[in-house]
Design a protein around this ligand. Structure first.
Ligand SMILES: Cc1cc2nc3c(=O)[nH]c(=O)nc-3n(C[C@H](O)[C@H](O)[C@H](O)COP(=O)(O)OP(=O)(O)OC[C@H]3O[C@@H](n4cnc5c(N)ncnc54)[C@H](O)[C@@H]3O)c2cc1C
Length: 345
């Protein structure tokens, strides 16, 4: 087995926004998986996949190396959508541990002015809540403003009530919302909104959605549904021999349900791939993947700082309070403990 990864590490992204307020540190939510891979007999290649050549059953790495495969499992996630012209040094994405720590650094240098968050999705509202926590703890006096293109906050797509509760709570903590206006571009210390309005800031977090990673962007259309990799109910890339894909890089539809781009769903999809490769080797029929987290029936926990979170369950149920936050933290601790056991830490 060959495992290709530039970093050789795993990051628990649901807790990354809490890096902003120092509630967690990078070591708590990041693990080096390379020793465990080696002890399981896998060869780790530290590189990035540049091209998926599914017709030829080959993968090209950014080092120029070309790998052949009998079975391929693609789990390269998604990447943040960036504005035209990119971001200046006073703004950053907050998608993984390193870029979120960059944002934390920007806040350290800021002197109590406006902190701009672009996007009121899950990451945007969570980051905003953590900036308020940090500001309160340090007495920094940040004014947090969220700019969102939609007319509403949407931390859990499909459950409008969760968005209303998140907005209500963040507003009660002093966060300002500008809704129904996209940010057209970001210059040093200044965002230009649709319609020309300008907003000055000291530090900005760009959390305006995700796009597929480059190797998926470059795939021929026949392997995609929308912009993401099309996989069937067995997690096989449609039209490709021996290739499977899971997580944020895929579009998966089973029995009228669309898989949500969420951590647990990605993990379950990974398990289905492992089992189906094993079944294929044994000559057994593949298992159908059961979608647990779907777009049609959303389930998510959105932390908002101050020890509170919103629980969204289905299209209508949403609950704001301490309990959802306690549950979210418990899931983090349980997950990291299980991962440590698996890695032999
Ligand atoms: C800030 C934030 C908060 C979130 N909160 C929640 C939450 O509360 N609950 C929830 O369920 N989900 C949450 N999510 C979503 C969840 O984290 C993702 O759905 C999940 O991580 C997807 O897993 P994945 O394996 O597909 O991708 P990822 O976890 O993104 O892993 C992909 C890996 O592939 C690597 N990679 C990328 N491109 C290449 C390449 N070309 N070559 C080699 N390696 C590559 C990346 O570096 C990364 O290590 C959150 C996401 C973010 C960003």
């Amino acid at each position: 087995m060959i495992f290709v990864s530039a970093s050789g590490s795993f990051e628990y992204l649901p807790s990354a926004p809490e890096l902003v307020s120092d509630k967690v540190n990078p070591e708590e939510i990041r693990r080096d998986v390379s020793p465990a891979l080696k002890s399981h007999g896998a060869d780790l290649i530290r590189a990035r996949v540049a091209e998926l050549r599914l017709e030829e059953k080959k993968v090209t790495l950014d080092t120029g190396e070309i790998l052949d495969y009998d079975y391929l499992a693609v789990g390269i996630g998604a990447r943040p959508w960036m504005p035209p012209g990119g971001l200046p040094s006073s703004a950053t994405t907050t998608y993984r541990v390193d870029d979120t720590m960059r944002f934390r650094q920007l806040l350290s240098k800021a002197s109590g002015g406006t902190v701009l968050v672009v996007g009121a999705g899950l990451t945007g509202v969570e980051v905003a809540g953590e900036v308020v926590d940090l500001s309160e703890r340090l007495g920094a006096g940040f004014r947090v403003t969220i700019v969102e293109k939609l007319e509403r906050a949407a931390p859990c797509m499909g459950n409008a009530r969760a968005g209303e509760l998140a907005k209500f709570f963040l507003e009660s903590r002093g966060v300002g919302f500008i809704l129904g206006k996209g940010v057209e571009r970001v210059e040093e210390g200044k965002a230009i909104l649709e319609g020309g309005e300008e907003l000055e800031f000291e530090a900005a977090a760009w959390t305006a959605g995700v796009v597929p990673p480059e190797p998926v962007e470059r795939l021929p259309r026949k392997y995609k549904r929308g912009r993401f990799m099309a996989v069937d109910e067995h997690m096989r890339v449609i039209g490709a021999q021996g290739a499977y894909a899971a997580g944020d890089c895929v579009h998966l539809e089973v029995g009228g349900k669309w898989a949500a781009k969420m951590a647990e769903e990605a993990m379950f999809q990974g398990e289905t791939i492992a089992e189906n490769i094993w079944r294929d080797l044994k000559g057994l029929p593949p298992r159908i993947h059961k979608i647990r987290f779907s777009v049609q029936s959303p389930r998510c926990l959105v932390s908002l700082g101050a020890g509170r979170a919103v629980l969204a369950y289905g299209k209508r149920i949403a609950l704001l309070g301490r309990f959802p936050y306690v549950v979210k933290k418990r899931i983090e601790r349980k997950f990291m403990a299980e991962l440590d056991e698996l890695l032999g830490h």
